[in-house]
Design a binder for this molecule. Structure first.
Ligand SMILES: [Zn+2]
Ligand SMILES: [Zn+2]
Length: 249
């Protein structure tokens, strides 16, 4: 059955569970393993409490929840134009190069995996969407996507070696507000990171496995970088990476 045609709840397994776990990636968050356990139930309850404003969340993703999710997705769009690679030579999401190739002299871990993934990971885009919601509820100005895909051609143009932005990361920022300086900007980003840890299940830094990560302020003082590089390879297979709006529906 297609996503949305039947309730999803504790004990269910399958592709629709995986899709829901991804779509709710910015509500507490869990691994997208297709197995609806207590973590997924908490995600659903957070969505019901915060988006649907119910005081008695059921933890069952039912017809009303699917409707609320559709409306939520319309209210918080993700524009792929702002996340395409700016190199001018790839098609916007790299050329699929360097699968299982790692940076020379570095451990064979995802942080050094040179792979140009075929799009941006759904979990990070759905988390961005939810981040816009959480930030709005806490009186932050609307964030904008400032950086998405950066392929190896673009890396070479800029003298960069990071593999993060080859589908595993996005950066967002708050436009400068009148009469504010860099320190105000930095403080706002710190507060935003704390909110995302609390509401969306991010960690600051990469110490924990299978958790969405935010770069610490020491690296990203006046913007917010989020990525999925701490996940095991099974959570980073090609099907999780998308390159246009339709694939995100
Ligand atoms: Zn490129
Ligand atoms: Zn970044």
């Amino acid at each position: 059955m297609a996503f949305g045609e039947k309730n999803i709840q504790r004990g269910n397994k399958g592709a629709d569970v995986t899709e829901l776990q991804l779509k709710l990636s910015g509500f507490r968050g869990t691994v997208w393993d297709g197995d609806f356990g207590p973590g997924s139930e908490l995600q659903v309850m957070a969505f019901q409490r915060e988006v649907m404003k119910t005081t008695t969340p059921s933890g069952v993703f039912d017809a009303n929840s699917f409707d609320a999710l559709s409306e939520f997705e319309i209210n918080y769009p993700v524009y792929f134009a702002s996340i395409r690679c700016p190199c001018g030579q790839c098609d916007g999401f790299g050329q699929g190069r360097f699968k299982n190739k790692y940076r020379t002299g570095k451990p064979k871990i995802e942080a050094y995996h040179r792979r140009e993934y075929p799009g941006v990971h759904k979990a990070i885009l759905y988390a961005f969407r939810a981040a816009c919601f959480h930030l709005k509820n806490h009186d932050f100005p609307p964030p904008i996507l400032t950086s998405g895909y950066r392929c190896w051609i673009y890396n070479e143009m800029r003298g960069r070696r990071s593999t993060n932005h080859m589908g595993k990361a996005i950066d967002m920022d708050f436009p400068a507000q009148p009469k504010e300086d860099k320190r105000d900007d930095g403080e706002r980003c710190d507060k935003a990171r704390s909110l995302l840890v609390d509401k969306a299940g991010f960690q600051i830094g990469w110490h924990g496995n299978n958790k969405k990560a935010l770069e610490p302020a020491s690296i990203a003082p006046t913007w917010i970088h989020m990525d999925v590089r701490s996940y095991s390879p099974k959570y980073l297979t090609d099907t999780f990476f998308v390159s246009n709006e339709e694939q995100l529906q």
